[in-house]
Design a protein around this ligand. Structure first.
Ligand code: NDP
Ligand code: PYC
Length: 341
């Protein structure tokens, strides 16, 4: 292995993340919830949302973008509608606060929606989706971010990178879960290209003058592009609407304005929809979920892979062999903490 990386077990990753988050002053219940999503990112080979996120998490605490001691509060505005006010804290603890109520409500009502409001969000959505799918639910989750992405046909930032995640339970197997930004790629991936000095594909974004560029730094200073042209653009708008005004929270442009140049993680809301197939199907649910397997068989029969397959393959390795982490990243994280001590 090249010596610019250090080997860590997943327990060491967890200890490191917890120690850093504690040192920057995050309250213990947040530390636990936030660190787990970073461990999950490293475990599943998702570098842009593993401990790399300690940089922005520490910065968000130090600059007051996030309330490090927020206590999320769960309410039920309607029988199938749940809301957690995150109190300006990280989204992970807000999700944990509403998670069991969402599962229970989906089971009793057939479907349920959970709005996380007033949260700071830097995480991937698939850990939440997987946790709910493990309960036998079909799940959709969306969240806006900061205004970094131009609508198709434009070249100026308006939308966030606005991920959409979907999960479907599979009998005895790995769930079908996809989770992707509606931008050409997550911003974190472009940041990793900048750190590594690697060019980006020309269709990832524009420079500040609206010109195509392969310089990661110029895209970060300019505007990212949506995936799939007008289709990704419309989906991105949908995310803004459903996890912004529909739940009484911020759009990506408003999140950026609220940040006020501090460079913290996005501020706003997240919407999670959970459906219990038994609500439609009753006792036939298990048979129908089993019938859906033919679709997955059909995909794989063509040599295509399912979303999530790469993550699960990475997980199988990391659970026994640990992971390799950039020494430079570890040093940068330590520096951010020292600078903000
Ligand atoms: P990718 O473009 O890498 O795509 C991710 C999804 O597509 C995964 O489900 C992935 O499965 C699947 N996939 C990728 N390649 C294939 C393939 N060849 N065949 C089948 N499926 C495939 O991710 P993004 O850069 O768009 O997003 C990365 C992460 O960033 C997401 O987890 C997202 O939640 C997070 N994010 C969070 C934001 C926030 O505001 N909180 C904002 C934007 C992004 P697999 O994982 O197995 O490769
Ligand atoms: O990678 O685009 C991103 C992102 C934004 C917030 C969290 N991740």
């Amino acid at each position: 292995m090249s010596d610019d990386r250090v080997h860590m077990t997943l327990d060491e990753v967890r200890d490191f993340a917890r120690a850093i988050l504690t040192r920057v002053g995050l309250a213990p219940d947040h530390v636990g919830a936030v660190a787990e999503t970073m461990v999950a990112g490293e475990r599943d080979g998702c570098g842009s949302h593993g401990i790399y996120r300690l940089l922005v998490a520490a910065h968000s605490v130090a600059t007051g973008v996030v309330d490090a001691h927020a206590t999320p509060v769960l309410t039920r505005p309607a029988p199938a509608i749940l809301r957690v006010d995150g109190g300006g804290g990280f989204a992970q603890l807000a999700f944990e606060t509403g998670r069991q109520a969402l599962v229970d409500t989906a089971r009793t009502q057939g479907l349920a929606a959970l709005a996380l409001n007033n949260v700071v969000h830097f995480a991937a959505l698939w850990p939440e989706v997987e946790a709910l799918v493990a309960e036998g639910l079909v799940v959709i989750a969306v969240t806006p971010s900061h205004a970094w992405v131009a609508p198709a046909g434009g070249t100026k930032p308006l939308f966030g990178t606005n991920p959409i995640a979907f999960g479907w339970p599979r009998p005895g197997g790995r769930p079908f879960v996809f989770d992707f930004a509606t931008s050409a790629v997550a911003r974190g991936e472009i940041e990793l290209h900048r750190r590594a000095g690697r060019p980006v594909p020309p269709d990832w974004g524009y420079d500040a003058e609206g010109q195509e560029t392969t310089e990661a730094a110029q895209v970060l200073a300019g505007a990212m592009r949506t995936f799939g042209g007008h289709k990704g653009s419309a989906l991105s708008a949908m995310v803004e609407l459903m996890a912004g005004p529909m739940i009484g929270d911020l759009t990506s442009r408003e999140s950026m304005a609220r940040d006020g140049g501090r460079g913290g993680s996005p501020i706003g809301g997240e919407l999670i929809l959970a459906i219990d197939p038994a609500g439609f199907l009753g006792d036939a649910a298990a048979d129908e979920i089993a019938r859906a397997e033919a679709l997955f068989d059909g995909i794989e029969a063509q040599g295509a892979r399912l979303p999530g397959a790469r993550r699960h393959a990475a997980r199988a390795v990391s659970l026994t062999e640990g992971v390799w982490v950039s020494k430079q990243l570890i040093a940068d994280i330590e520096n951010v903490v020292k600078e903000n001590a």
